[in-house]
Structure formats: structure tokens, C-alpha cells
Design a protein around this ligand. Structure first.
Ligand code: AP5
Length: 184
């Protein structure tokens, strides 16, 4: 079983790497950002609640996010393992993930940090142009990463794998797989 988390600032390439790695490792890619965007697109009650947070770059409240992830991890495909992208995003969410995994007597194998400078990520996001990729919202997402999410690097210090996130998509996936060799 391979249970992994990808961490990195907005634009680090988490989603891009998650697609490549989930295919290679044959585990589902679970992205909280994608789940929220799907709800927004379908205009579900959850999507209506999440939209204002996504639009401003703020985190969706933990109670909503944790419940959505708990339900997703209970689906059959996640029993073979998973690659979480964008969750947990703060230490309280990490505590909840630990509880969810503890209930089925499992643990994470590794947390992969994609390391990319702020200049590079801002350039990437401005040239992508998703609706939350305006300069102001990108700056807010960066601030939240530093204050809320970066503490996870310490929280997961024992299982943290840090990979240079600059290069081609294939080069970066190869670095991640090499770094995971003894951990999955
Ligand atoms: P989310 O969708 O997770 O956004 P993010 O963390 O800001 O990350 P991005 O999707 O912008 O970047 P990424 O690191 O995935 O990079 P990507 O591969 O896309 O979250 C969005 C919002 O949802 C949050 O702001 C929040 O409101 C809410 N949310 C989500 N999770 C939550 C949680 N747990 N709790 C509460 N709220 C939550 O790549 C970016 C660009 O770079 C692309 O154009 C890509 O093509 C390009 N690129 C990728 N790799 C490379 C490369 N190697 N070289 C050159 N370009 C590259």
C-alpha cells in the first residue's frame, strides 16, 4: 500500500506531478482543490459554500474539508493507497488525517515536498490563468502557504522527502520515485 501526500506552495506542480505519479504508482490522485472546483462547477451546496474561499485564496473551513476527505478516503479505490494533493494544509487537518488512517490501522509512507522558488511559482501561475490565478489571490495563497501549510514540514519531519521541483515533468517524477524507493 502506498499512501502519500504532496506538499508545496501554489504552483509548485503538485497537481501536475500527482497525475504522473498516480499513473506510475497505480493509486488514485485525490486533490482537494479539484474536488472543490468540481462542486463549484456543479453548483452543489458545498460548492456554493466553497466558492468564496477559492475566489479569495482563503482556506475552506476545516470542518467542511475534513468531512469531504474522510468520505473520499472511504471509497473503495482509496483502499489500495492514495496520493493526496492539497490535503492536509495545516496541522489540524494533519491530525484529522492521522485519525482517519489510525481507524483502519494504517499510516502515511511519505510526505513529498516539491521545492520551487516563489518567483518561479508566480510566473507559472500567471501564465496559467485559472480563476484564482490573479496576482492578488496568488499572493494571498502564498501567504497562507507560509503561515498555515509550511508548519507541516516540521510536523512530518520523520517522513518528509524533499525534491527539487524545477525541471521537466518527467525529470521531477523520476526524482520523486527515486526518493521514494525505500519508502513504499
Ligand atoms: P489547489 O487547487 O490545491 O491550489 P494550490 O495549492 O494553490 O495549487 P495549484 O493548483 O495552483 O498549483 P500546483 O502546485 O497543484 O501546481 P500545478 O501542477 O497546478 O487549491 C485551490 C484552493 O482550494 C485553495 O486556495 C483553497 O481555497 C481550497 N483548498 C484546497 N485544499 C484545501 C484544504 N486542504 N483546506 C482548505 N482549503 C483548501 O502547476 C501550476 C502551473 O505550473 C500549471 O500551469 C502547470 O502546467 C505548470 N507546471 C507544473 N509543473 C511544471 C514544471 N515542472 N515546469 C514548468 N511548468 C510547470
Amino acid at each position: 500500500m502506498t499512501r502519500l501526500v504532496l506538499v508545496g506552495p501554489p504552483g509548485a506542480g503538485k497537481g501536475t506531478q500527482a497525475v504522473a505519479l498516480s499513473e506510475k504508482l497505480r493509486i488514485p490522485h485525490i486533490s482537494t482543490g479539484d474536488l472543490f472546483r468540481a462542486h463549484v462547477g456543479e453548483q452543489t451546496p458545498l460548492g456554493q459554500e466553497a466558492k468564496r474561499y477559492l475566489d479569495s485564496g482563503e482556506l475552506v473551513p476545516d470542518s467542511v474539508t475534513n468531512e469531504m476527505v474522510r468520505e473520499r478516503l472511504a471509497e473503495p479505490d482509496a483502499k489500495v493507497g492514495f496520493l493526496l494533493d492539497g490535503f492536509p494544509r495545516n496541522t489540524k487537518q494533519a491530525d484529522v488525517l492521522g485519525e482517519i488512517l489510525g481507524e483502519v490501522d494504517t499510516k502515511l509512507n511519505a510526505v513529498i515536498q516539491l521545492q520551487v522558488s516563489e518567483d518561479v511559482v508566480v510566473d507559472r501561475l500567471l501564465s496559467r490563468g485559472r480563476s484564482d490565478d490573479t496576482e492578488e489571490v496568488i499572493r494571498r495563497r502564498q501567504q497562507i502557504y507560509v503561515s498555515e501549510t509550511a508548519p507541516l514540514l516540521e510536523y512530518y519531519a520523520d517522513i518528509l522527502v524533499t525534491v527539487d521541483g524545477v525541471g521537466t515533468v518527467d525529470e521531477i517524477s523520476a526524482r520523486v520515485l527515486e526518493a521514494l524507493r525505500d519508502r513504499t
